[in-house]
Design a protein around this ligand. Sequence first.
Ligand code: ANZ
Ligand code: ZN
Length: 864
Amino acid sequence: SLSSAVDLISIGDKWKTKVLEGPTILNDKGAEKKMYILSMFPYPSGILHIGHLRVYTITDALNRFYKLNGFNVVHPMGWDAFGLPAENAAIERKVNPATWTMQNISKMRVQLDNMLADLDWDREVTTCNPDYYKHTQKLFLELFKHGLAYQKDAEINWDPIDQTVLANEQVDSQGRSWRSGALVEKRQLNQWFLGITKFAHSLQEDLNLLKDWPQNVKTMQKNWIGESYGTEINFPCSTGRVIKVFTTRAETIFSAQYLALSLDHPITKEVASIDDDLRQFLDMAKSLPDDSKIGFLLKGIKAKNPILKTTEETLPVFVAPYVLGSYGHGAVMGCPAHDERDYKFWKHNMPEKDVCPSVIPLESNVATDLALPYVQKSGILNSSTAQFAGLEIDRARAKIIEELESLDAGKHTVTYKVRDWLVSRQRYWGAPIPIIHCESCGPVAVPDDQLPVKLPNIEGLATKGNPLRGIDEFVNTKCPSCGSPAKRETDTMDTFMDSSWYFFRYTDPKNEKQPFSHEAASKYLPVDIYIGGIEHAILHLLYSRFISKFLASIGKWDGNEVKGEPFKRLVTQGMVHGRTMVDSQTGRFLKSEELDFGDPLNPVIKATGMKPLVSFEKMSKSKYNGADPDKCISDHGPDATRAHVLFQAPVNDVLSWDESKIIGIERWLTRIITLAIRITKQAPDYNEHFAASTAMTGKEISFHNEVQKLLQAITDSFSESLSLNTVISDYMKLTNAIEAALKSREIRTDLVLHSFKDLITAIYPVTPTISEEAREILNVNLNLKWNLYQWPKPQLLQEQQLVKYQVVVNGKMRFTYVADKSFIDNRDSAIKILLNSSDGQRYLAGKTIKNTIMKKKVISFVVT
Ligand code: ANZ
Ligand code: ZN
């Protein structure tokens, strides 16, 4: 049979080279509209995994779709090549990390070719190459010049496994490193920071502009940045010091019963230096969770509520682990009556004391009935200070702030959860921070003509930690400013710094002088579609937005109109889960060789003949549920693999990878090729200059409209909804409609063929080699010269153009025939079509036509 002769794998091989060059299109050059399609660049681990296959299939399908639509598409690829895995592999294997990385890159390049990804290799960037990190260093110095890169002593996160510090963003809520999983330790160290907090407001505010971003990503960013409007209040203390607190509920000030300081508050440290008990408490408290209710009373300090002028009452001051050192002023005014945590703290530490509310609900004015803590943000003030008593709380807050301002004891303020970005790392495999430390000049920028500061070549790294410190030729240098002996910075940059600007470099990858030109970046940015994993919802996306806004703010690209936002549309693709087989008797995970796949949809356990329990779970080595993209491609061909990836799940959802289901796709692709052969047999005299609207019958119009509607749905799925799984099902529907039309013999073959050509074009983004093969069959068999692809412009024919013709034979009305109003314009073709119709066969077959009269809605035959 025809279908068994279709070899999807050979077709894949045959067209691979051509397809990797992208489509041949009509308006190849000079396209005005740009389309920048970006996928998060991979870490060059050496293996393209199934998650990569998924993202790059999505971006490549979009890339090809937009090319067929005449866009100037940017679809680049690069390598996020610095970082610890290379360094660790280098230590293990005693090789140079650069060598290891480059080998991996070439392996992955082959795999990307195998999946037919049409990428702009002339834009390729590799972050560990000096021609790239030279510009990462320039970017660092630009930040330094603007006061946004600075060193400070801070309590930081230390990863004891990777032996380096980490940024806050890189520690999860359990206090573990994002990379090594180690429990992070706090250490006091001098480190480099980037001033992301200077951009915190616009980073939060401008999330509102990102209409085409998933809401969950925006929410995560918003919570991370944590902009909070409130009041800063100064509490004078008995020792002459002042404790500043941040509060969002200034109106609760009359219920403040204590103050609490963080473990690393300056006053805490000062007291600790002379108080052994406090020192012991701090040692113990370090390991307590943030929600602990333990506190340490500072007996020597009393605070005074600044708004209470008449009373001599004072407030006790505690040190408490629940107060975060890195938020607000690292101090709170404790209001047990109106805050859950303050309430618990107070009850635990001062059980004998009352709780005194100052806000009560509107309906009651009997404070004693109130269930405490009363945390609702509504009600009125129950204060003995006549000035504020009875005021509704919003009003009261405004008045209290006014009063505090007049007393010089407080003011409106805004605070953020996000901290400045800690970018220095004590590791080898990263871009060296381009700074020279001079005893008299301080930290000095490495002059432009001395960039890049190259990583010294080390053959075989011995240990973790930073070997740069021990290389005298690297460390010892001269101060660029005064010429005296100086020392080079030995920390390298966080690799998130490399990836915070790579999409700028893609726009101008060969620029030697600057990271990129203003012109190139402004032409291509913002990125139109950015696709990647949800795991980057905070880290990478926040850093990139910051750097991009910074670059716009200093005029490096024309980003003002979009507030420096680099990514117009963000798509977070779902994870790929693997088919997991468990022996229900033993609970053991089964390897595929333990199963019999004779019936691929219903495998059985070889040893027992029983059916396994099947589920889909995150892929892991211990569950034997991994999938190998390369193997899938060599078993089923690239096109079937690509279509299968897209068909199995909507882009944002988890994809349950079940290779047995690829059979449906293979059948469909086989049908396309057999259809191509069949069509050319049935329409040997196809006229390429087909005009859709001339003289169509009713059936033809409805066939035509069905095809156009599906083409429109496919177009919309690509350009708007990105619903790529329905694209595949629409392809199948289109194939069915064309097959049925061909079989019915009631639709003009040139219309069928024209629709089939549109189908061949429409499948090109997903299954390009099958598309090319089908096109070749048409060209060869019909002697066509169809070489340029152009995306179809779907057009519906109006139903009101239809006419119901009455067909009269020898004076008698015999049947009606619905067709386009231009049907009778071409008499000969109309007669031919009528004769071929089923009613025509019945009334006219075998007769000799003497005369035919066509008038408006009546067609009369005189026959013998
Ligand atoms: C008094 C008060 C009374 C508060 C009340 C709340 C309710 P958001 O909204 O997240 O910004 N706070 C301030 N600094 C803190 C720190 N370093 N560590 C822990 N908590 C801190 O939270 C603002 C509130 O968090 C502030 O308002 C403060 O408690 C607490 F009925 O002040 B509030
Ligand atoms: Zn100097």
